[in-house]
Design a protein around this ligand. Structure first.
Ligand code: PLP
Length: 491
């Protein structure tokens, strides 16, 4: 360390000196002392590091350190899990929390969270009850299943089915269905964890019933069909129909299980959407058990739903692992409210946001796009916004590779680049996650909800200001902004 650096470091104030400033004293009323202290320390540390690294060659005044600490304080006192605007057009976006809940489901959560409830208490008998019983009858009514149970997510559902029914035995799966979802759900790994032996059959693009038949032996427990959620093999390909698997299973005395993944509750083509295997259809074709997620096409809370034969559901529920995947009361509250919508398919289509967003016709989206551009123009008269048609996808392992037509509002943030604007939009009060198209920022109306327009306009205005200050500041696009986030550094 040079003597010059040592001199600089000696100019850094003590935390006590900073604490004595009027402004900093005022923080103590609004923020916990620990947060104030750690923000001050972080600010001093950033400056110290810059000095040591030779990026800062002048003493820094207390005022500047305090303003740096204030930015830090704001950041640290913000919740980590925050509301964002999904402008990607991907309705079931796992990174953004999948399905938004219906108003009724939200009310049910608030009501249940605010006090006690009869979670495991049978009000009629006045004695201990079972938590999943709050949704079992509804699930049976809505799907026609003989029995039902609910666990924490569909990965858990799959694991439980395999562990309870196929531990130490073989599970036959088509090579074309050995999927990985979102990096963490890999079917072969789940199979291994469940103690089942994976028996792959067929090829990536074609698996026939004869391939399954040839694989059956006295160790076979399950013929498993998996919905290839997030990809689709197109062209020369063949999947064995579920009916044939069921018939084979019955003939040789082996179970047939269908992992539906997204779990559409009814035929989505009635909403003008592409075909997607659905729950009733799978049960109708005779699958012994099916499982699917609660927060994909069902449009409810995160959970995994298992439906099918009563004797099998009972074996699963008796398994000790069942207790480790149980759902909490808030999930059950939201699930029950969501399922109630499905007592009438038309009501579900109107009330369940995931479905109404997916099914919104493009002319309705175009009307909303014009409204959005109007609101944007009121605040940002000089910006360029254009309405275009585009294609988006459902996401969440539903309707794979099926492009859904949509309408977007494009923002050309010149002279800043669209890439910079995309970044700036994430660094505002209500962050906006958008996508790029033709070097413009693209806001997809399929996932932007009307009540979010004000926040979106505010976000664009905030981003515009940030972009302008970047452009004015340090050579703009190729400048070294953000080397350290200290306005004074280098100045
Ligand atoms: C999404 C999906 C899963 C995992 O479901 P989670 O609810 O995210 O655990 C499992 N199988 C298939 C086929 C899926 O699409």
């Amino acid at each position: 360390m040079t003597p010059r650096t040592q001199d600089l470091l000696r100019t850094l104030p003590s935390i006590d000196r900073l604490l004595a400033h009027q402004e900093v004293r005022a923080w103590s009323d609004a923020f916990p002392r620990e947060v104030v202290l750690s923000s001050l320390r972080a600010a001093v540390e950033v400056v110290r590091e810059a000095m040591v690294a030779g990026r800062l060659d002048a003493a820094v005044g207390d005022e500047d350190l305090i303003s740096l600490a204030e930015q830090e304080l704001t950041r640290r006192s913000m919740p980590s899990l925050r509301k964002v605007i999904n402008a990607t057009g991907v309705v079931l976006h796992t990174g953004l929390g999948r399905a938004p809940l219906s108003d009724a489901a939200i009310e049910a959560i608030v009501e249940t969270a605010s006090g006690y409830c009869n979670l495991e208490y049978d009000l009629e008998a006045g004695q201990r009850g079972r938590r999943v019983d709050h949704v079992v009858e509804l699930l049976k009514t809505v799907t026609g299943a003989e029995a039902a149970t609910v666990v924490n997510n569909n990965a858990a559902a799959t694991l439980l089915v395999l562990t309870a029914l196929a531990r130490g035995r073989e599970v036959v799966v088509s090579r074309g269905q050995l999927i990985e979802i979102g990096g963490s759900f890999r079917l072969p790994d789940i199979m291994h964890a469940g103690g089942a032996i994976l028996r792959e059959v067929g090829t990536t693009n074609r698996t026939r019933i004869a391939d399954y038949e040839a694989a059956i032996c006295d160790r076979t427990a399950i013929l498993l069909r998996v919905h290839t959620s997030n990809f689709r093999i197109v062209g020369f390909s063949e999947e064995t129909p579920l009916e044939q698997l069921v018939a084979l299973g019955r003939r040789v005395g082996v179970l047939c299980v269908d992992d539906l993944g997204s779990g559409a509750m009814f035929d989505l083509t009635t909403l003008g959407l592409p075909y997607e295997p659905n729950v009733r259809e799978s049960l109708g074709r005779g699958a012994d058990l099916i499982c699917f997620s609660g927060d994909k096409l069902l449009g409810g809370p995160q959970c995994g739903i298992i439906l099918g034969r009563a004797d099998l559901i009972e074996r699963i529920e008796r398994h000790p692992l069942m207790r480790t995947y149980r759902v909490d009361k808030l999930t059950l509250a939201a699930l029950e409210a969501t399922l109630r919508h499905y007592l009438d398919a038309a009501e579900a289509a109107a009330r369940v946001p995931a479905l109404s967003m997916l099914a919104a016709p493009t002319d309705a989206l175009a009307v909303r796009a014009r409204e959005l551009v109007e609101s944007l123009k009121e605040t940002l008269a000089d910006e360029q916004f254009t309405i275009c048609s585009d294609v988006a996808c459902a996401g969440g392992g539903a309707l794979p590779a099926r492009a859904v037509p949509t309408v977007v509002v494009q923002w050309d943030p010149e002279p800043a680049s669209a890439r910079r604007a995309l970044d700036a939009l994430r660094d505002v009060e209500v962050p906006v996650i958008a996508r790029l198209r033709d070097d413009a920022v693209c806001f997809d109306l399929r996932t932007i909800r009307a009540h979010e327009f004000n926040d979106l306009v505010a976000a664009v205005a905030e981003a515009r200001m940030e972009l302008d200050s970047q452009l004015a500041g340090d050579g703009g696009e190729n400048g070294e902004s953000g080397a350290i986030s200290l306005p004074i550094v280098g100045g």
